[in-house]
Design a protein around this ligand. Structure first.
Ligand code: FES
Length: 523
């Protein structure tokens, strides 16, 4: 399938080129318009259609062309940020609800797979959290106790209890799972269409106006009306500040290496390093084939490093030290993670809106958070109570994460210094084929990319969200914004919000009204 989120190719992308869609015009108003056809959008669309609502999904690229195809597809109820941190911020009851919601998400996926007969390699597996070398054993002991208090089925071991897994002290979480995310997404789309849902790809929403009905402005001037709108675009483009000061974008890197069939235990693994490593196998589909070992990590803040080859090399080194049976590396890809201030996604009514809902802030648990969005937003739109609505409310104030808020937003403020720095290359002649750099031309900063044939492609380097300067990402051949994670193709088109407009013409400078950041906690 085609990805519209970067150049690298994940192991999930090769399989599916036929994600369903339709092109017949949609008659307004519909009950619900879902913007974004990834795991969150399709989960809420499917569950609402199952409840009898008329639903249309629109996506500016192909369904599943974003981050859903770039995950490692761990399905875990062991919270990514750790139960110690979640309990500290959200309290014991919050930690219990967080665990219960992710466990329910895995159950939900399992029941959809069964009910809709989706062949997506879904498997229940154990998950292991390993103590990374150089970290304190006490850290693992505290996590064990906090996980028990949160209701997780967890056991502690001084050494790996799994034959063939030579790793040290660890916690085992029962009842985790894994799957092929794109096969699941395709099955979800097909089940949604069978229930009368509509999917329209290549349709970009440019603005959403709350009201009765909600009006969605589409590219080209067309208006679509809906009683409710769900914005499931990974990073919402409908709020300028409210959500983007409460989450930070990171790039994460994954390699996939051949390994002998059954040679590496089929479990989920991650460690206590920071950033941590995450590992799983993709069992071979054929009796004589090789399994694939996925190893991920080496995260960095989006737009604040461009050293993908070194990060892939470090992952490979780590893999060979810990899994000597791994053979040829076949895949290298990267993806984007939105880390929230308090470790949990934002899912619910958009702050200040009545009929607009959003799901964002995957926090490294995109498939389960996306499925929680499906269950929670369906309940909210259907007027039903849901026990997780306060925990995930987008307007919640993470008072106990204020330090994190200041740290991330001071980092954003520092990015505005790029406006007065010299360009990264003296002039366009210094840019080799297949590379990009920001050039200074007087007051203007230009994002210049030279393609493989030597042709130069120039756009304004000023991000159309709030005016930071984009940086070249040579791993994905994209322009990435270091402030809130907007990403653009070398033609300037938006690949990832919160920006909703393409990079401007190269001669344009800083748009009016940008250049300062409000550091007060979001209300
Ligand atoms: Fe906010 Fe670029 S994403 S300024």
């Amino acid at each position: 399938m085609k990805s519209d989120s970067g150049k690298t190719v994940s192991t999930w992308m090769g399989v599916d080129s036929t994600l369903p869609q339709d092109s017949a015009p949609v008659e307004s108003p519909v009950d619900v318009c879902v913007i974004g056809g990834g795991i969150s959008g399709m989960s809420v669309a499917y569950l609402l259609a199952r409840d009898g609502r008329s639903v249309v999904v629109i996506d500016d690229g192909p369904v599943g062309g974003g981050e859903t195809a770039r995950t490692s597809a761990h399905l875990s109820s062991a919270i990514d940020d750790g139960f110690v941190r979640i309990e500290k911020i959200h309290g014991p009851e919050g930690a219990r609800l967080a665990h219960a919601s992710h466990a329910a998400a895995i159950d939900c996926i399992e029941s959809i797979v069964r009910d809709e007969n989706i062949d997506c390699e879904f498997q229940r597996v154990d998950g292991f959290l390993f103590q990374a070398p150089g970290t304190s054993p006490e850290e693992l002991a505290l996590e064990y106790a906090a996980a028990q208090r949160a209701g997780a089925k967890v056991e502690a071991f001084p050494r790996s209890p799994v034959p063939g897994l030579a790793l040290g002290p660890c916690l085992r979480f029962a009842g985790q799972a894994q799957m092929h995310p794109m096969l699941y997404l395709r099955g979800l789309c097909q089940a949604f269409l069978r229930r009368g849902g509509r999917i329209q790809c290549g349709v970009r929403a440019e603005a959403v106006h709350d009201g009765e009905p909600v009006r969605i402005e589409l590219q080209g001037g067309r208006i679509l009306e809906a009683r409710s709108v769900v914005v499931a675009t990974n990073s919402p483009f409908t709020t300028l500040f409210a959500m983007h000061t409460k989450q930070a974008p990171y790039r994460t890197f994954v390699i996939g290496a051949d390994c002998p069939r059954g040679g590496i235990p089929n479990v989920l693994m991650w460690d206590t390093a920071d950033p941590y490593h995450y590992v799983r196998t993709v069992p071979s589909r054929t009796p004589d084939g090789l399994d694939l070992l996925l190893v991920g990590g080496e995260d960095h803040k989006t737009g604040q490093a461009d050293d993908g080859p070194e990060r892939f090399q470090r992952l490979e080194r780590w893999m060979r030290e810990n899994f000597p049976g791994a053979e040829t590396v076949r895949y290298r890809w990267s993806g984007q993670v939105l880390e929230t201030l308090d470790g949990l996604a934002y899912i619910g009514r958009e702050p200040g809106a009545k009929h607009i809902y959003l799901s964002t802030g995957d926090s490294g648990m995109g498939l389960t958070h996306g499925t929680i969005a499906g269950m929670l937003l369906t309940d909210l739109i259907q007027g039903r109570d849901n026990p997780w609505s306060d925990l995930y409310a987008p307007d919640r104030k993470p008072v106990k994460a204020t330090g994190e808020f200041l740290r991330e937003n001071l980092n954003v403020a520092a990015q505005f210094a790029d406006h007065v720095k010299p360009g990264q290359a003296q002039d366009e002649d210094a840019i080799p084929n297949g590379s990009g750099a920001v050039l200074r031309r007087g007051m203007h900063l230009v994002a210049a990319y030279r393609d493989g044939d030597g042709h130069l492609h120039e756009r304004s380097a000023v991000c159309t969200h709030l005016g930071c300067i984009v940086h070249f990402n040579s791993t994905e051949t994209t322009w990435d914004c270091p402030c809130h994670g907007s990403r653009f193709g070398v033609d300037g088109q938006v690949l990832n919000g919160p920006a909703s407009k393409p990079l401007g013409e190269a001669e344009l400078g800083m748009p009016q009204g940008v250049g300062s950041v409000d550091l007060r906690p979001a209300q």
